[in-house]
Design a protein around this ligand. Structure first.
Ligand code: FE2
Length: 302
């Protein structure tokens, strides 16, 4: 097994390092799935933005995305990772795998290291799928055959108290119900308006397993996060996700997978100035609860 996550030590300007070493960085990322750049001079969000720009690939913007997290832009390419409260754990997920639009890679940057907790757990999703196939091949076959559908209730206005509190207006880039419905139709969603003006939306069937160009298969979905944490005032985990044919996925189905993912999870324990690069197709990430100050910023690659 490769070193995971792989640490790339260095010093000085990370933007220059990224542009000078793009091919080597990409090869290392393909191998490890997560790279941690440590020791470089990345003092603030602007320097992080420069490093991402130095890497040289197009960004995936929050405005266009269907992400349900509440976020705030810091620079054009950089935003706060998640506005959910410190005591809320963000469970393992592939970024935006619960929607048809997702980034291929993610950058994180630690501006202020947490005093307590606050690591970013990462888990190789190809390794997880291998373990799942050994433990329960029939379950993996069901995921492969049927895919999954996700249901989410989006509030009328942003709810920063939830890990998935982004409003339907913001999520769908719509001013009113008609605009929202046009966007949902275009994306193949089913929907239902609720009495409090929140919106219950269900995705078309999305694959639960992804095959990468080199043949590696990953558990590319949002099931672990859904079964561990998707409950707030509007959503219940077990109703939030089903197989593509509408049949239920049970807590029992997921218990072993969750246990296996815990065994494979490693923490990125942040130091100020750290930058991490994740392959979103290969690696799941989350956020441990924390106490005190913590500022981790993110930037997504299309
Ligand atoms: Fe995320």
């Amino acid at each position: 097994m490769s070193e995971f996550p792989a640490i790339i030590g260095g010093q000085g300007d990370l933007a220059g390092f990224m542009s000078d070493n793009k091919a080597a960085v990409d090869a290392a990322l393909d191998d490890a799935g997560t790279l941690l750049f440590r020791g470089f001079d990345v003092p603030d969000a602007q320097a992080f933005d420069a490093a991402v720009t130095g890497y040289g690939e197009a960004g995936f913007t929050y405005e266009e995305s269907l992400s349900n997290a509440v976020r705030v832009n810091v620079t054009e390419r950089v935003f706060t990772a998640n506005e959910a409260p410190p005591e809320t754990a963000i469970h393992l997920h592939h970024e935006m795998a619960q929607t048809p639009l997702y980034p291929s890679k993610l950058f994180f940057y630690c501006e202020i290291a947490p005093e307590e907790g606050g690591a970013t757990p990462v888990c190789r999703s190809d390794w997880l799928l291998e373990k799942m196939e050994q433990a329960d091949p029939a379950l993996v076959a069901r995921f492969a055959e049927h895919g999954v559908r996700y249901t989410n209730v989006m509030p009328a206005s942003d709810d920063a108290g939830s890990g998935q509190g982004r409003s339907w207006r913001s999520t769908l880039g719509a001013a009113d119900r008609m605009g929202a419905e046009a966007r949902l139709r275009e994306l193949g969603y089913a929907w239902e308006w609720q009495v409090d003006d929140s919106l219950r939306a269900t995705t078309p069937t999305l694959p639960a397993i992804r095959t990468l160009p080199d043949g590696r298969r990953t558990f590319f979905n949002q099931l672990i996060a859904a079964f561990r944490g998707w409950s707030d005032s509007r959503n219940e985990a077990h109703k939030s996700v089903t197989f593509g044919d509408g049949s239920p996925i049970t807590g029992e189905d997921m218990a072993q997978t969750i246990a296996l993912s815990d065994e494979l999870t490693r923490d990125v324990a942040w130091q100020a100035g750290d930058v991490a690069l994740l392959d979103n197709y290969l690696v799941m990430h989350g956020r441990r609860p924390f106490a005190g100050k913590r500022r981790v910023l993110a930037s997504l690659i299309a």
